[in-house]
Design a protein around this ligand. Structure first.
Ligand SMILES: Nc1nc2c(c(=O)[nH]1)N[C@H]1C(S)=C(S)[C@@H](COP(=O)(O)OP(=O)(O)OC[C@H]3O[C@@H](n4cnc5c(N)ncnc54)[C@H](O)[C@@H]3O)O[C@H]1N2
Ligand code: MOO
Length: 453
């Protein structure tokens, strides 16, 4: 019945409220137990000064479990854990990690006055007499100083000889019998003066900046051989469910594992280094062992979050002394998702088994958590106008796969967006956040970008 409700919502992206809005349902997702106090952060750590309680806000279901609102759940996931300890890495290994301190220039950039073009370094107004000797080349010896009326051939990137007032581009001059003629360039033309981009000590990138290819290039140019980074959090993925097949066609009531192939790459795109994806079936002992012995910075499970006969996750977590931080979220799909702290302060994100619900959990809990572990702020969402109305859940937010349209600039909700479906999300460019009650055509909605792993 519950899935009927969510499927109906997802299949009918019609006018808000059309699809059973107002129908109530009892939530059957059991909590891990009451969240007593705090996440892995202590009271002092919490920016707001107060310890985090999964139980502070949101709705309370028939079992007493708490389901924070979607925005609140993201904040909880972002605030619950401290960033990983910084470590030094050689520059060539630092890509994809996060800067642990601001990047300051170790040199002026450029480090010397340099030619921006191939041509001639000239002094004063033309015509100019070419001086004897080799041309000035990038990385070559400094050419002899020029006085007014003299010039020397120069290559892009070569140091400018003392006395040069400009560079005349090769296509703008002509040489006849050692005499260079051409329109006199403005003083300073095609010279990159020392320190044009930055002075030594200038702040180039803030702490927590991602080490993109461009950032690595900048760090190298600025003189770095090693960088202090927050490493990509190492994640372990545990795929639960005896019904899952890993090859071939579904048969005998069994289905292909759609999450094993999806969650790892998605976590990578969200900033993790995935150590392993393990398939544990519905084996409580194997799950308990995996949780107790993990060496990862973050454990992500799939399936088993709800109250089915073999949904073992919450029981195993309780028995292992895990602390519940988020026991469900007021979002569709994905409301049974959970976040817990394992002994040893290792976070565990429980993604629901329905595939689109798992994506919802990845973006709601795992994404903000990964950013927290690397000391990055919550991602700023973009906004867009809806091309069509989208029906809402009466109390929960909805995450709906959408595709961007350019003319006019809007997003269009996609079909096949039921909790157990992947067709919609596979064709989507973003997920739109539909507030409780739905959204009209042309309404502005928040967008969650989908990683292009
Ligand atoms: N009585 C209730 N039943 C359910 C509720 C509820 O509130 N009360 N919530 C429903 C919702 S919503 C979801 S989402 C699911 C969550 O289920 P679990 O996280 O416990 O996952 P499973 O029961 O193991 O599986 C659910 C569904 O997903 C399929 N699945 C699981 N893993 C995979 C995988 N790796 N690849 C592809 N498909 C997978 C599984 O076969 C089931 O069909 O619970 C609802 N029930
Ligand atoms: O509908 Mo469930 O919410 O698939 O997560």
């Amino acid at each position: 019945m519950i899935d009927d409700f969510d499927d109906a919502l997802a299949l009918a992206n019609g006018p808000a409220g059309r699809d059973g809005a107002g129908r109530r349902r009892a939530r059957a997702t059991p909590g891990l137990g009451r969240a007593e106090s705090g996440g892995a952060r202590t009271e002092e750590d919490a920016p707001g000064g107060a310890p985090e309680h999964a139980a502070e806000e949101g709705e309370r279901d028939d079992t007493g479990a708490h389901h924070p609102a979607w925005e609140r759940a993201r904040e909880l996931a972002h605030r619950a854990f401290r960033p990983l300890a910084p470590r030094g890495l050689p520059l060539e290994q630092a890509g994809g990690h996060t800067l642990a301190s601001p990047l300051h220039a170790l040199t002026d950039l450029p480090a010397f006055d340099t030619s921006a073009m191939d041509g001639w370094a000239v002094a004063g107004p033309g015509p100019w007499r070419l001086v004897e000797g080799p041309p000035a080349l990038a990385g070559g010896p400094l050419a002899t100083p020029l006085t007014d009326g003299l010039a020397i051939p120069i290559a892009t990137g070569a140091r400018l000889p003392e006395g040069a007032t400009a560079v005349l581009r090769s296509e703008a001059g002509a040489v006849h019998r050692a005499l260079l003629t051409g329109h006199t360039p403005e003083p300073g033309a095609d010279i990159r003066p020392r320190g044009q981009e930055c002075r030594s000590g200038a702040a180039l990138l803030p702490s927590a900046a991602p080490l993109t290819p461009a950032a690595l290039g900048l760090a190298a140019a600025a003189g770095y051989d090693r960088l202090t980074v927050r490493p990509r959090p190492r994640a372990e993925v545990l795929v639960l469910g005896d019904e899952l097949l890993h090859r071939g066609l579904p048969h005998d009531g069994r289905v292909r594992d759609a999450l094993g192939p999806m969650v790892g790459p998605w976590l990578t795109a969200l900033g993790a280094e995935v150590l392993v994806t393990r398939r544990l079936g519905d084996d409580a002992e194997a799950l308990a062992e995996a949780v107790a012995t993990t060496r990862a910075d973050l454990v992500v499970t799939t399936g088993s979050t709800a109250a089915g006969p073999v949904d073992l996750l919450r029981r195993v977590l309780r028995e292992r002394g895990a602390r519940p931080l988020v026991t469900g979220v007021a979002v569709r799909p994905g409301h049974p998702m959970l976040l817990a702290e394992l002994p040893g302060a290792v976070p565990l994100v429980g993604l629901p088994g329905n595939p689109l619900a798992a994506v919802s959990g990845l973006l709601t809990l795992a994404g903000p958590l990964l950013r927290a572990l690397t000391d990055r702020p919550l991602a700023e969402d973009r906004a867009a106008l809806l091309a069509e109305p989208v029906a809402g859940h009466p109390r929960d937010s909805r995450l709906v796969p959408v595709v961007h349209r350019t003319d006019p600039a809007t997003v269009r909700p996609l079909s096949y967006a039921g909790p157990a479906m992947l067709r919609g999300i596979a064709a989507a460019t973003a997920l739109a956040v539909i507030p409780p009650g739905g959204a009209e055509a042309h309404a502005e909605v928040r967008l969650l970008d989908l990683p292009e792993a």
